[in-house]
Ligand binder design. Sequence first.
Ligand code: SF4
Ligand code: SF4
Length: 304
Amino acid sequence: MQEKAIDSQDRISGLIKDFIRTSPLNTMQDKTGEPAWDHALVGFASGADPIWQQYKEYIGPFHWTPWEIFTQYHPQEGAGAQDLSVVSWVLPQRGPVRKSNRRARKYPSAEWARIRVYGEEFNSALRRYVVQSLREAGQPAIAPMLAPSWAIVQSERFSYASSWSERHAAHACGLGTFGLCDGLITSRGKALRIGSIVGKIPIQPTPRPYTHHRAYCLYFAQGTCGKCIDRCPVRAITESGHDKERCQRHLASTREYVRRTYGFEGYGCGLCQVGVPCEAGIPVKEARKVLERGEIPPPPPPLA
Ligand code: SF4
Ligand code: SF4
């Protein structure tokens, strides 16, 4: 028998939070038995939101709209953009994991590297679980990051980018804005992993409680901070932004360190995500208050 349609914010948020609470895959895979994650922020956006077209102009024409990725895998549905919704979730790093990486000066802590591998494996399982639950309720869905056609693409503006950005999906779903280091700053900070799915679900979008895509970063909001510049061990962050290639080279170099020091196949860095004012919350007081008061400012201008 087909399940009742999963068509409310509460039901989808409930699915995600139940999986975090009950799945045996939610583990650091170490002897502490600690879970990788203990919470999720969940947001929603319409497939017809103009922001998806803006992303095409800003990131590149290769960045999928929800309709483009959905119809690649479900063409028989004949869905229009307005029939689709994006569900995005943010998994904030737990306090002990952040604390351990705060002490790091060049390479990640063992806990952080574990989350990068095992926490992300859980995140992929969560994507599959949400898609499967929707399908069982008669609602086709796809996780763009798990789609075989997802690819990393050369980009003139960003040196490289991909067909679907989890951070941009989360921004569209009202969950946060970008920092100087390129990370997404959310109400639970910037130390996090993100997931999303696109489904044929009639669901109320989450209002975006910010007027600018960098509203939560002190550097852009007030011209102060820049602490992530100092935290980066390889100078991949400057006042001009984030040098992705330099960052990636460092990430690749951490594999050898993690294997030799911690004895498992992993990697990671995230030093710029901890020991900074945006580690676990929104550091811009005014923006934080707007969110706390539940105010909805006018729609932000296009990304630039
Ligand atoms: S550390 Fe400061 S400058 Fe860097 S992203 Fe966070 S708020 Fe912005
Ligand atoms: S992840 Fe590491 S290397 Fe990359 S910008 Fe942040 S601190 Fe620098």
